[in-house]
Design a protein around this ligand. Sequence first.
Ligand code: SF4
Length: 352
Amino acid sequence: MRPLIIPFFLRNRGCRHRCVFCNERVIAGNAPPVTEDAMRRAVREYLASSGGRYRPAEIAFYGGSFTGMPLDEQMELLGVASALIREGAVQGIRISTRPDDVDGERLCLLASMGVRTVEIGAQSMDDEVLRMSGRGHSAGDIRRAAALCKAKGFETGLHLMAGLPGQNRESFEATVADVVRVAPDSVRIHPVLVFRDTELARLHARGTYRPLSLDEAVTWCKGALLSFARARIPVIRLGLQATGEMREEGCILAGPWHPAFRGLVEAEIFREMAWELMDRVPSNAHEAVFHVAPADLSSFHGPGGRNRLLLESRFGVPVAAKPDPAIPRGTLKLQDGQREHGTSIREVSPRV
Ligand code: SF4
């Protein structure tokens, strides 16, 4: 069961470097300062809004480098979160941090305070891309930090970005392959956006940085999603969560912004899967009927029903989709009389 994540944004606390793309004020939106009162209030509100459906709740400290903060600040936040665990309000704690802020001593402290999950800001496994992005750490730091977190029994997540300075598609694909070898428990992928008040905005204005187009970002991230699906590594986030600030004029200066980015990527994948199966539709069929998990129905149809229209115009037969709770997510089945043909996201080639 996916946990209910209750996020608290630390707004660059613990960051010794300022990454060229980072504007935490925009990413965090108007999140209030993280105090005990604010945490308790947010936990109450999140639990109340979950409508009584039980999901294990986790407090998440994002938006900085948690283990880069002074020890007393870490202890203060973890103390409140641990108290909320003891009171039964939440069941776990997750933090995000930089790979060069991970060592055995700091991980022991996290474990003793109830932290279960460590999400590491990797962004890329290409040292030159990391250098040009102002990260201040190497790919070796990422491998070492991930191995240490896994060895200490933490659920280990890695954050990646698509479209960083100096990154081309080959570099991004090599990063994905490297991360598959690292085998984290989860991955988040964010296409790079050019936010105001960042070094990236200045590079973009000078013409020395070109962001990905939306189509490029979808293509790159589709390949990544397929590679991670094959490796059974869940991609728990694809695209940034929209905040009110992002919708303000002049906040996103350039880049592949879309409020439902993951939906675009998954729609491409489902179209390919359906395309593949359409060859099995008998030439005298009156209709091609696909069965799909209810949660994948919108991906099957694509934005504005585009997938269905494309399939119908290419193959000349009406296409219908039936939501079927018995079908696992990421799977498509085509009913052909008594016969059934199926495919899944794990069978689609990452590079087309
Ligand atoms: S480490 Fe993370 S929070 Fe800190 S500046 Fe870089 S991207 Fe922003």
